[in-house]
Design a protein around this ligand. Structure first.
Ligand code: TXA
Ligand code: MG
Length: 331
């Protein structure tokens, strides 16, 4: 892991105090941070990302004690989950106090809080001694950054400071769990799986799926999200023939194949000279760690089409299937 220089944390803290923007590493993806008590600072985040003001931001804190300061209620489930998974990739939605300005939460009276599991982020949060609102440090709708270089190329001209902590260990965003109304509802699958959460607090609903007909979909549940510039096409084992046909009929298009399975040989043979083949790890954690960096690289290299083989429809792969599905169209 890259270590920021000795003076970087104090410099970053000073910028946060003065209402500026600091990009910082977390274990999931890099965040674009501002003081969550300062509305003009928070507005800079929305402007830099081109993010609709209706999409609430996650607030990062140093530990559970600090989290409770900004939560109007801290239910027993929050306590159990914080104990089990913080610091870590789990965001808990709870009722907020007035100190968190309403632009952070897009006017909602709840806030998503998390303690990131990253040395640099924790040093920043400890020294800042306050809540840092931070969405992923990418332009709205684009792939989240997992290195400081990604942040530099996406938002370099819009951030006051970038803390470099090396590549992110988890590689996809945190799990978002609502604890409002005395129940646990999964808003976004992520670094902590539904099964891990259920082992601690029992059954968890999935927003939109188990929810009653007509209930509001959470912000950030927009169908298209996390997209690379290339057109991304998804397929499963049963659609290998379609993938092969696509490759044969686009021999000149710079393409990238992300494949997991034994389809490799057939796909590789069908791709033209401009087609690159990437064997993906067969365990979800290693896959997640690699995915966004590969999508960023593909953009840099001018890849025009990405063909992604979908991982199995099992709970371990839920977060990755979610990101791939949002980024792609069926072949
Ligand atoms: O891993 C992560 O979660 C990263 C790092 C930087 O911490 N952050 C991140 O933030 O992915 P962002 O802004 O890209 O996604 C935040 C999502 C929003 O799109 C929204 O769906 C949800 O969090 N969210 C935040 N506060 C909420 C609230 N009060 N109610 C419902 N959803 C909320
Ligand atoms: Mg994001």
């Amino acid at each position: 892991m890259a270590e920021p220089e000795q003076r970087d944390i104090p410099a970053a803290v000073k910028i946060l105090r003065e209402g500026g923007l600091v990009a910082f590493p977390t274990e999931t993806v890099y965040g674009l941070g501002a003081d969550a008590r300062n509305s003009s600072a928070v507005e800079k985040i929305f402007a830099a990302k081109g993010r609709p003001s209706t999409n609430p931001l996650i607030v990062h804190v140093f530990n559970e004690t600090v989290a409770k300061r900004y939560a109007l209620r801290w239910p027993p489930m929050a306590q159990q989950l914080a104990k089990a998974f913080w610091p870590g990739p789990l965001t808990l939605i709870v009722p907020k106090t007035d100190e968190i300005v309403s632009s952070v939460t897009a006017g909602l009276d709840s806030v998503g809080l998390r303690v990131p599991d990253h040395r640099v982020a924790l040093r920043l949060l400890e020294e800042f001694d306050g809540p840092v609102a931070a969405p992923s440090a990418n332009r709205s709708g684009r792939v989240s950054p997992t290195t400081a270089e990604h942040v530099q190329s996406e938002l370099g001209d819009k951030v006051d400071f970038i803390l470099d902590g090396g590549p992110c260990r988890v590689g996809i965003e945190s799990t978002i769990l609502s604890l409002l109304d005395h129940k646990a509802v999964l808003f976004r699958p992520g670094g902590i799986s539904r099964r891990q959460i259920e082992e601690v607090i029992g059954p968890v609903e999935i927003a939109g799926k188990d929810a009653p007909e007509g209930s509001a979909i959470s912000p950030g549940q927009m169908a298209v999200h996390y997209s690379p510039k290339a057109t991304m096409l998804r397929f499963d084992m049963t659609q290998a023939a379609s993938a092969i046909q696509w490759l044969r009929s686009h021999p000149k298009q710079p393409a990238l194949i992300l494949s997991l399975s034994g389809l490799a040989a057939g796909l590789q043979a069908a791709g033209g000279p401009h087609c690159r083949f990437q064997a993906m790890p067969s365990d979800p954690a290693s896959y997640a760690q690699k995915l966004y960096a590969l999508l960023h690289d593909a953009d840099q290299q001018g890849v025009e089409a990405i063909l992604a083989e979908m991982p199995p429809d099992s709970s371990d792969w839920m977060a990755i299937r979610d990101r791939l599905t949002r980024a792609s169209v069926p072949i």
